[in-house]
Design a protein around this ligand. Structure first.
Ligand code: SF4
Ligand code: SF4
Length: 294
């Protein structure tokens, strides 16, 4: 029998970030040493569990803050990337960590979902880090929150990054009808998949892989279908956890984030993102920058 193939979003107790973005609740928060030690223990336990499983597993770290500035996250990425049953290990990051900390990662499985935060870094500093990733052969997407005040930076990023780097834009959806037609045209010209993010996807009753082949895990091992439906479906550290996974339809009205709606069956976004659904790199952008690719 072929091993099942899972996509897991891991979000441990970490809640701090070294940046202070005004649109984020985790800005400038700090964890104590004891809290970070606990976060590292949870992460290591999760890695041990992944190593023990027969399934083919893809992981995206989606912390409530910035994980990659911590050595234990960098080490977890490297360790997971070499496991034979891991088809992808990716992390959401502000890219402020040293790229050389990933030098031992397996390039075929490692990827990053990087986000440019306009008030916290500069275009030259950020794109220099992207160049380091390319030189190191680490696949990555780059993204920005599409607020109006970021438009100049978005254009500048598109000019500064090579064509093969996908630049995604997260639509600003907290204000209704935020964009003019002209602005939508400009944003679509930069991110050809912007329209998928610009609208909430009606999801109630629609088939979704979340809870079947995709699920989220927290530091205690508690599993939920996705980050948007709070009910537990099981705990990965309990025997026979896999029996909690089954085909399901969505139980809430709409799905608004890439990390959720990519699992809605009818959107067929796997045909756009293929194996790089987690790190958000469309097939048409999969850059091949050398070292270890393939
Ligand atoms: S980098 Fe991310 S987690 Fe940190 S403050 Fe900005 S948005 Fe929040
Ligand atoms: S459609 Fe979105 S909210 Fe609904 S189950 Fe899937 S991921 Fe969760």
């Amino acid at each position: 029998m072929t091993a099942a193939r899972w996509s897991i979003l891991y979000r441990g107790p970490l809640s701090s970030c070294n940046y202070g973005c005004d649109y984020c609740p985790f800005a400038k928060t700090r964890n104590t040493k004891a809290e970070l030690k606990h976060d590292a223990e949870c992460l290591n336990r999760f890695c041990d569990w992944v190593a023990s499983r027969p399934e083919q597993i893809g992981i995206l770290f989606t912390p409530w803050g910035e994980g990659m500035i911590h050595r234990y996250y960098q080490e977890a990425m490297c360790r997971l990337s070499h496991l034979p049953n891991v088809w992808r290990v990716a992390a959401q990051t502000n890219l402020s960590f040293p790229v050389e900390s990933l030098q031992d990662c397996h390039r075929k499985t490692t990827a990053l979902w990087t986000t440019y935060h306009p008030t916290e870094t500069t275009i030259p500093r950020f794109t220099a880090k992207c160049a380091e990733l390319r030189d190191a052969g680490i696949r990555h997407s780059v993204g920005v929150v599409g607020k109006r005040e970021a438009f100049d930076d978005i254009r500048a990023l598109r000019t500064a990054l090579p064509e093969e780097t996908y630049l995604w834009i997260n639509a600003w959806k907290r204000e209704k009808d935020y964009y003019t037609e002209e602005e939508l045209h400009m944003l679509r010209g930069i991110d050809p998949h912007f329209d998928f993010n610009a609208v909430p996807h009606p999801s109630l009753g629609r088939a979704c892989r979340a809870g079947e082949s995709a699920f989220t895990v927290d530091g205690a091992g508690d599993a939920r279908r996705c980050h948007f439906i709070p009910g537990l479906i099981g705990n990965i550290y309990q025997p026979d956890f896999e029996q909690a996974l089954q085909p399901r339809s969505c139980s809430i009205a709409e799905c608004r984030c890439h990390i959720g709606y990519v699992h809605l069956e009818h959107l067929r976004l796997d045909s756009i993102f293929g194996e790089s659904l987690l790190e958000r790199i469309p097939l048409s952008f999969g850059f091949s920058s050398g070292a270890g690719e393939g």
